[in-house]
Design a protein around this ligand. Sequence first.
Ligand code: CP
Ligand code: NVA
Length: 300
Amino acid sequence: MELTTKEIEYIIKLALKLKKKSEPLLKKKVLAMIFQKPSTRTRMSFEVAMLEMGGHAVNLTMNDLQLSRGETVEDTARTLSVYADVIGARVYDHNDIVKIANAANVPVINMLSDIYHPCQVLGDLLTIKELKKELKGLKLTWIGDGNNVCNSLIAGCAMMGINVTVACPNGYQPYREAVDFAKEKAVQNKCIFEITSDPKQAVKNADIVYTDAFVSMGNETEKNARLEAFLPGYQVNKELMKLSKHNAIFMHCLPAKRGVEVTDDVIDGKQSVVWQEAENRLHAQKALLCLMLVENIKDL
Ligand code: CP
Ligand code: NVA
C-alpha cells in the first residue's frame, strides 16, 4: 500500500500516542521479515514493535530461506502469506519488493531497497514533529548522496509541506521518479523543492540538516569514486552546521561512517538527534502496523 498524506499524519498522531502508552493491538499477529541485507535498527524496531503489541515477528535472512537456493521471490511471498499477517522485506533490487507485493496475499512493507527507505522517513517525520511542532514551512537540507533514504525523505517532506534542498555532486542526484513526485507534491503543498551542488548555500536557513553514508549497502565496489566525489565538500562538520539556523537539528538514519559523511563533534554534539530518530523507528512502525492490521483503527 502507498501511504497518503492523511495516512502519514495519522501515523504520526498514533505514534505519539503509542509512545506515551503502548497498547496490545496486534495480539497473535505475525510479521515475516525477509532480510537480504544486514540491519540493526529496522530488525530490532520491528521485532520489538510486534512483541510490545502482543504479536510476533519472524526474522528470515538469506541463509534461512530457500530463496538462496533458487526459489522465486513470488513463491516465497505466496508461502509467507499462508503463515503471516504482514510481510516486510529488505532487498537489493527494488523490483523484488514489487514482485513480493504483487504475489503476496497480505500487506507488504518495504524495509529498505536500493531506491527507497520509507519506514525511516516515518520515524524521521515523527522526530521532526516532536522537536519542531509544526512541519509545514520548515526547511530540510539533505547533504550528500541522493540515495534510498534521500528519495523517501524528499517524497515524505514534500507531502508534509516541508521545504527541501538537496545538495549533492553531479551524478549523485536522487532518483528521477522521487524527484518528479517531490516536485509535484511541493507545488500542491506550496513548499520549495530544489537540488544544488553547493552544500554551503544549501544549509543556509536550514531547520534540519540530514546526511547518510556515501557508500550504501550494494555500492561497495564504487567506494573510491564515491569518496572522491563527496569529500571534503559534502562532509557535515561544525563549519557547515554553523551556516544553518542556530537551532537547527542534525539527523542521520544510521549507521554512520564517523569522520566521513559526519564528524564526531556533530553526531555527538548538542544539535544531533540521531538516537531519538532511532527510537522513533519503533513508535512510527507500531503505528504503521496498526494502520495495516487493525480493523477500524481510525475509530479507536
Ligand atoms: N536506519 C536503518 O534502517 O538502520 P539499519 O540498517 O540498522 O536497519
Ligand atoms: N543508505 C543506506 C541506509 C542504511 C539504513 C544504505 O542503503 O546502506
